[in-house]
Design a protein around this ligand. Structure first.
Ligand SMILES: [Zn+2]
Length: 189
């Protein structure tokens, strides 16, 4: 990180998850790095205790609308970073799981492991609310078994991220498993 570009402080009204007394302040700083890329540093700080957290988000990785595909087959792949923009669609066909674009499904920056955890949580909650003789249960249990294997790097799957606006991206740990297919104009419209 060479040069600091802009920085602005935003006061947030949410309560610190650590001390439960202080308020969290969020600072966004954009850095220019080599090759003309930009990085966004988001820092969360409590005004009462030592709690702080950082996220670094590359801003110029992939700007073209298209379909990103990542093959995941081991624990290293699970550490690949992913950012899904509000209009990005994320899916794992082998597990029959997807996240649709939408106004409630906004900022979503995590790694592949984080995506699997969110899916596991969502499927578990859904399953708990079913009657014991529901026909869906066997299928859901199979998905959960495969999700838990996937979290240990023992289940191969494909993660597909489609974004018509071009804001989403994946930073692969292993570039040989990554591919990007740019959409032509007629596919966007
Ligand atoms: Zn605090």
């Amino acid at each position: 990180m060479k040069e600091k570009r802009t920085s602005d402080k935003i006061d947030f009204s949410f309560i610190c998850p650590s001390c439960k007394i202080g308020k969290i302040k969020m600072t966004k700083t954009i850095y220019d790095v080599s090759d003309g890329d930009k990085m966004l540093l988001i820092k969360f700080e409590c005004d009462k205790c030592q709690f702080s957290n950082n996220d670094i988000i590359p801003l110029t990785t992939n700007n073209a609308p298209g379909k990103i595909t990542l093959k995941v087959s081991n624990e290293k792949d699970l550490k690949s970073k992913i950012y899904r923009s509000p209009i990005g669609r994320l899916e794992i066909p082998e597990l029959e799981l997807s996240v649709e674009p939408g106004p409630s499904a906004d900022f979503y920056y995590t790694n592949i492991e984080g995506v699997l955890f969110r899916f596991e949580n969502a499927v578990s909650i859904y399953r708990k609310n079913l009657e014991n003789d529901d026909a869906e249960i066997d299928e859901l249990d199979k998905i959960l078994r495969n999700l838990r294997k996937a979290l240990k790097g023992e289940f191969e799957f494909t993660l597909i991220l489609t974004d018509l606006g071009g804001g989403s991206y994946i930073l692969p740990e292993d570039k040989s498993k990554y591919s990007f297919q740019k959409f032509e104009n007629d596919e966007v419209n």
